[in-house]
Design a protein. Structure first.
Length: 483
């Protein structure tokens, strides 16, 4: 353990023992002979006494010298000891959330039993739900995005500066050639599209940056929009000076929160680089101001900025809260198997609360969602636009929440849809004028079939077993009361 950690643990033991014996600080001063100010600093973990004072404290507290100086604690303190011995403080940048490590240590010292209960509960929940470190980091990243309404002015400014300095602000859409030129001229990084493609084992890896050779390796088979993101993301790492970072496109294993955070920041930068926030805000305002839902106008934004549906709708989650004040929203990516029988939520973001739907639901996702319906539309509609889009007003069964959901899906071998859901309120109605369009689809939805009591649901994929169990329990309770 580090010196600071050992001092904190020592102070926690002294404080807890003193409290258990009902001693005030002054009473312990009188029993041990340790000065009041010094004892106060000991309990705060700021100072560690000499050996003779430790002996005096042990005697006054009815414990042993060995217990006070050991790296182990009592049952009450052990969860805190486990936390202190972990690499949590090293790998988890608390400053990102506005928490200084020193303040957290002071909190531990002020009321260790209450903090211990919280830590113990969190650790048990994590174990029971098999929560890995990567899961914790991912959840924390989403909380970080929520805390900032998923809008980061420093990243927006960095992207705007690069656009202005390189002339990208005069180019719409931004071309792959221009991004490659900036990467080479500014950072000496060239692109290679042949090497990775020659390795079959790397088929699932989109890109790899070799910092020794200063080469960004790109796999083949990607659209210009996808390549723009990959190159823009590398420009993000370089421009922002992010050295603790993944070198592959998809993080195989997140060793630290900082690595995951920096990957998010570089990806955010890439989107901001090709979609200027003010420009896109005007386009959203124009499309939303139409009195009817016009699929073609929303799809035109993909060509206007040369981006993928995921990049566009994810960018909406940056723009809508900041420029329109629409902070109650969710973003999900829904993937399906080849026959569209099984669906999995592979990405999600919830701002201003945990809106439905969410990925930890247990059961068959509601087939009334536009996220699923649009995948079926894509599969059953031959030819036409390579991307389909749709909008739906979704009202949750037996709940007050209603969302305007905008969804897009691209025709490809892998079936996946991207959806942004916006809580319907007066502010949304003023901005999205087509909400009153009678042709706009409106459906009552739920989270899963197993927990849904909608009668005569033609889209049901599984029986409402959870509802049936609840009704059976109610019958049993009623019969017992009747006795």
């Amino acid at each position: 353990m580090k010196k600071e950690t050992l001092n904190l643990l020592f102070g926690l033991k002294v404080r807890l023992l003193r409290q258990q014996q009902g001693l005030t600080l002054q009473q312990l001063v009188e029993k041990s002979g340790v000065a009041l100010s010094f004892l106060h600093d000991i309990e705060k973990g700021k100072k560690r006494p000499s050996a003779d004072k430790i002996v005096a404290l042990a005697s006054a507290l009815g414990t042993t010298y060995d217990y006070l100086v050991s790296v182990h604690g009592s049952k009450q303190l052990q969860p805190i000891v486990d936390l202190l011995e972990s690499d949590f403080f090293k790998s988890y940048p608390l400053q990102v959330f506005g928490i200084e490590p020193a303040k957290l240590i002071e909190l531990l010292a002020n009321d260790p039993e209450k903090v211990n209960a919280l830590i113990g509960t969190v650790l048990k929940i994590a174990r029971n739900h098999h929560m890995s470190r990567e899961n914790l980091y991912s959840v924390s990243l989403r909380s970080y995005q929520d805390m900032h309404d998923n809008h980061f002015p420093n990243l927006e400014t960095a992207a705007q500066n690069l656009r202005r300095e390189t002339g990208l602000d005069l180019e719409l859409p931004v071309s792959t050639k221009s991004l490659e030129k900036i990467l080479l001229e500014r950072f000496g990084i060239r692109t290679d599209r042949t090497t990775m493609a020659a390795q079959p084992v790397l088929k699932g890896v989109r890109s790899w940056f070799d910092k020794e050779k200063n080469v960004l390796f790109l796999n083949q088979g990607f659209s210009p929009a996808q390549e723009n993101f990959l190159i823009g993301r590398e420009l993000g790492f370089q421009t922002l000076g992010l050295t603790e970072r993944p070198y592959e496109t998809i993080i195989v294993k997140a060793e630290s929160f900082e690595k995951l955070l920096h990957n998010f920041q570089a990806s955010y930068f890439a989107s901001a680089l090709v979609m200027d926030e003010n420009q896109l805000a005007e386009d959203i305002r124009r499309c939303a101001g139409a009195l009817e839902w016009r699929e073609s106008e929303w799809l035109e934004l993909l060509d206007r900025y040369n981006v993928t549906p995921e990049m566009l709708l994810q960018r909406f989650t940056n723009i809508l809260p900041h420029h329109f004040g629409l902070k109650d929203l969710f973003f999900i990516r829904m993937a399906a198997d080849e026959k569209l029988n099984n669906f999995e939520m592979t990405k999600e973001l919830h701002l201003s609360g945990q809106q439905s739907p969410y990925s930890d639901a247990d059961g068959h996702y509601c087939r009334r969602w536009i996220s699923i319906d649009i995948l079926r539309k894509m599969r059953t509609t031959p030819g036409g636009n390579p991307v389909v889009a749709g909008a739906q007003v979704s009202s949750y069964w037996q709940q007050e929440n209603t969302y305007l959901c905008i969804s897009m899906a691209r025709r490809s071998k892998t079936a996946a849809s991207i959806t942004v859901g916006l809580l319907v309120n007066d502010k949304l109605r003023r901005i999205f004028r087509f909400l009153d369009d009678p042709a706009l689809a409106r459906k009552t939805v739920n989270v899963t079939c197993e927990t849904c009591s909608i009668p005569d649901c033609g889209a049901r994929a599984a029986a409402p077993v959870e509802i049936e169990k609840m009704e059976e329990r109610e019958e049993i309770e009623g019969a017992l009361k009747a006795l």
